[in-house]
Design a protein around this ligand. Structure first.
Ligand SMILES: [Zn+2]
Length: 497
């Protein structure tokens, strides 16, 4: 177990954790958001971030500080915390981003780590090579070798109490991501950023983000804190947390504000297109869009940046609350309705249901069936995997109605979409207390039919009758041939004769 990261509560692959940052003397609760502070531009001062927004941590760029003579001198003389006026945990980046942008930088991992240590960084970064998405495999492999060397160099530097990132690269080659993660996990480094995903997010490729994170997670131990590098849009926080990301950084709050863009949990709006602010934050409560549009450039930028930060922190609080309640997947499902590409992301997450199921808590508050995607949730898969362990009697009725009046059957279980057969004794336990719409969709019935098939598979000697409530043909087609099928309406019709 990594001593500096403690898991406190989980839901799907999401978790509330405690990241101990010894050099800052702080325990940062995760999921955590690090606002990006450009050392040259202060849209919202770090002191205000701490006092008014509750920021426990931020990230700034050690490479820029080192390159800028006056900043470098001040940082060395005063230390980052005094220079920025921030007492929380300060993460620093190394210039890898500049390396990716401009092709080369004039600093080694040893030099930049020693510099980060000298200026009082709490969590530092070596010079890894961010390989963009869709890179040729050979190029990604060559870059990975350099990153691997950077991690080895980082391990050799005496960094004292400072934590050090072990970035995971590999472009969109999922096996390379997994291998890179396994390698990073085996180092004695501390925090694990999944790198070079910003181009994917800029292109709304959330399904690819999910696959890349899932690959990295497969290579990492459950106790590894994961930072989704460059992920700052609150729209995708819930999805990323559900995949197991613990730390985010937002440059978006400031960059978007500069372009008059207003962040929401459902996407981005341009200030010109907003007639009413759909938000409860202090900025939106005190101003209307006309006021903000009329404000001077720097004032407008500051107001939008503050709103963007409020939305981002608000979403993180909502996510933590959802983890506590066990309703994180319901929140992801809600966010998935904000944009079709987010729905792709959620569907991609459900492709990893088997991995999620291994970590998902067995009991939560309540399962809300809110869309066809709910039929693919880990709770459904878990029931189907375990249904063979239930003792099925010789003659079993699985019914969407009440138990039959005759005693032909040895037992009558519930036919409960999307789970399938559920013994009545389990009816009051999670997830079978699920709330479902009365107008059940085909996906829920099909999932229930797969549950019946799993039961029949495990109990070939059992004589199974399924009494359904007008299921669609697509679900009936999934029932094994050995099952006797009755429609409940038909049964009632016959009883009435
Ligand atoms: Zn607002």
């Amino acid at each position: 177990m990594r001593e500096h990261f403690e898991l406190r509560r989980g839901d799907a692959l999401g978790r509330i954790g405690a990241l101990t940052v010894p050099r800052a003397g702080r325990i940062v609760e995760t999921p955590a958001l690090l606002p990006v502070i450009n050392p040259n531009i202060r849209t919202v001062s770090p002191a205000r971030l701490e006092a008014e927004f509750g920021a426990e941590a931020l990230i700034t760029n050690a490479y820029i500080i080192r390159k800028t003579a006056d900043l470098r001198e001040r940082a060395i003389a005063e230390g980052l915390h005094d220079m920025l006026e921030f007492s929380g945990a300060i993460f620093t980046d190394s210039g890898s981003f500049q390396l990716a942008e401009y092709g080369e930088i004039d600093v080694t991992t040893r030099e930049i780590l020693e510099f980060q240590h000298a200026i009082g960084s709490d969590v530092a970064t070596p010079v890894d090579v961010p390989t963009p998405p869709d890179a040729a495999r050979e190029a990604a492999e060559v870059d990975l070798e350099t990153t691997r060397q950077a991690l080895a160099d980082a391990e050799a530097v005496d960094t004292g109490e400072m934590l050090v990132n072990a970035p995971i690269q590999g472009s969109t080659h999922l096996d390379l991501r997994e291998e890179a993660a396994r390698h990073a996990d085996a180092t004695d480094l501390d925090v694990f950023p999944v790198g070079a995903v910003v181009p994917l997010m800029n292109d709304y490729r959330y399904a690819d983000v999910v696959d890349v994170v899932a690959a990295a997670k497969r290579g990492l131990g459950a106790d590894a804190p994961v930072h989704l590098f460059g992920a700052g849009h609150p729209m995708m926080f819930a999805l990323a947390v559900a995949m197991g990301c613990d730390v985010f950084d937002s440059a978006a709050y400031a960059i978007y504000a500069r372009d008059d863009r207003y962040l929401t949990v459902r996407g981005t709006k341009h200030l010109d297109d907003v007639d009413y602010f759909p938000c409860e934050c202090p900025v939106c409560a005190a101003n209307d869009p006309t006021d903000v549009r009329a404000a001077a450039d720097d004032e407008r930028e500051r107001l939008l940046a503050e709103h963007n930060l409020h939305v981002s922190y608000g979403e993180l609080r909502r996510i933590k609350n959802a983890i506590r309640e066990g309703s994180l997947l319901e929140l992801v499902e809600t966010r998935a309705r904000g944009h079709p590409t987010m729905l792709d992301g959620y569907r991609a997450l459900l492709d990893h249901t088997a991995e999620i199921e291994r970590h998902d808590p067995a009991s939560k508050g309540a399962f809300f069936y809110c869309s066809a995607e709910s039929a693919r949730r880990p709770e459904v898969v878990r029931h189907h995997d375990r249904i063979g362990r239930l003792d099925a009697p010789a003659r079993l009725l699985v019914t969407a109605g009440s138990a039959p009046s005759d005693d032909y059957f040895d037992a009558a279980w519930r036919l409960l979409p999307p789970f399938g057969p559920v013994p009545r004794a389990l009816s009051e336990t999670y997830p079978f207390t699920a709330e479902l719409p009365d107008r059940t969709d085909a996906a829920a019935c099909e999932a229930a039919a797969r549950g019946v098939a799993a039961l029949v598979d495990a109990n070939p000697a059992t004589d199974v009758t399924v009494a359904h409530d007008d299921w669609p043909a697509s679900a009936l087609a999934l029932l094994p041939d050995s099952v006797t099928v009755e429609r409940l309406g038909a049964r009632r019709d016959r009883d009435d004769d």
